[in-house]
Design a protein around this ligand. Structure first.
Ligand code: ADP
Length: 263
């Protein structure tokens, strides 16, 4: 059997005609596959040692007669291993989403899913004290991957909480539009300068690394969001005014929308 080849086609105007350009991207495809597998393997291998370290650190930190300077050291090690664990888990999730070309689709009751995300967000919101509004304008649900969508959409809500100064206003909405159903999170937070917007979904791209770390971020959240939405044929839209707030939204096309009546 001939080895598989990957081709990319592009149609461009050429004088009065159209020119079809065919690129052979087989090598690029293989390199991309190697990168994906490497990241997935490294993350997987790091999981067990990390779990062991976290377990021992937890036991040691509880010792009552530990000298104070040791205690501080143990606290820092516990925080940093927890951070490493979050990064490894996010990397694993991202590789899994990238590798799975097809995934099982199920009916998702969006009212239930968004209420669940809203309740979790309220717990996280305690130290910020924002007013969070949940606005559900349609009973329509989605045909999709519930676990991945919960992770992606709640990521957007948690980001709105993290990147809005205390006492802000956040609205999470689910509405029917002419193009499908739209999910949106609007905040009146710190906003994003235009030059950063196009790069936000790159892995580890953060505008302010210190702020992201301080709030427990891994820098992988929006990369995960982009991939999960892509699996559902939805694109992440980012509108923002620096210092004035941001709206992260996505429209799910009709073939992924399911009315509750026919679920
Ligand atoms: P992180 O773990 O750093 O939050 P993300 O991938 O979720 O990683 O987001 C990437 C960067 O995008 C963040 O570090 C932050 O600079 C910016 N960002 C994301 N959401 C918002 C928001 N709602 N308002 C302002 N900036 C945001």
């Amino acid at each position: 059997r001939a080895p598989e080849r990957y081709l990319k086609c592009e149609l461009t105007p050429f004088a009065d005609e159209k020119l079809l350009i065919i690129y052979d991207v087989t090598r690029l495809h293989h390199l991309e596959e190697m990168r994906r597998d490497f990241v997935a393997n490294v993350s997987h291998e790091l999981r067990t040692p990390l779990t062991v370290m976290m377990g021992y650190l937890e036991n040691f930190s509880d010792q009552p007669d530990m000298p104070p300077h040791w205690k501080r050291g143990f606290e820092l090690m516990t925080q940093q291993t927890a951070r490493m664990n979050r990064i490894v888990n996010d990397l694993l999730l991202l590789s899994r989403i990238e590798i799975e070309e097809t995934h099982e689709l199920h009916y998702i009751d969006m009212t239930k899913l968004l209420t669940h995300i809203y309740d979790d967000a309220q717990a996280y919101n305690q130290e910020y004290g924002h007013s969070i509004h949940l606005q559900i304008d349609t009973y329509d649900g989605l045909y999709g991957s519930e676990m991945y969508l919960t992770s992606a959409l709640s990521n957007l809500v948690i980001n709105a909480i993290k990147y809005t100064p205390k006492g802000g206003d956040i609205t999470v909405s689910w509405t029917k539009t002419a193009e499908g159903c739209r999910f949106a999170v609007e905040d009146n937070g710190i906003g994003i300068a235009p030059q950063h917007i196009a790069r936000l979904t790159e892995r580890f791209y953060r505008i302010d690394k210190g702020r992201s770390r301080a709030t427990g971020g891994t820098g992988l959240g929006l990369a995960i969001v982009k991939h999960v939405l892509y699996q559902h044929e939805a694109n992440l839209q980012i509108e923002s005014v620096e210092g004035g707030g941001s709206t992260f939204s996505a429209v799910f096309p009709p073939n992924y929308v399911r009315s509750a009546a026919i679920s």
